[in-house]
Write a protein of this length. Sequence first.
Length: 135
Amino acid sequence: MKLTAKTREIIIESIKRGNTISHVCDLAGINRRTFYHRMKRDPKLAREVRSAKLHAREFVDTAYQKLIRAGKERTIIHAMDRLDRIDKKHCFIDALVIAQQKAIQSQDWELVEAIQHQIECEQNRTNDDAEENNE
């Protein structure tokens, strides 16, 4: 099954808005298996999807930083849930960053250092996973 230009547009724009792949497929009227099959067979679509995911991540990160500065914890939890749906591997790191910002506010420098160490470990693990997937 070939995706029409309209279906591709729906997919890409929906991903940019941070929707899950399941929801994107529902909006586009296609099966998830069809989506992943197309991704494997169509490098251009795969690039567009990766780019859309990055766009969504940047959008959510910007909103996230504003919420952190404003101290809106309940909204931050919602934003984390949204981020988790976009990119699960980075959600834990983002939670650590929030914890670190809180530790900085309370001037608990020992905790700040411990959290920074944990963030670096998680980033290294994420980078290792990415390299492994690229091989």
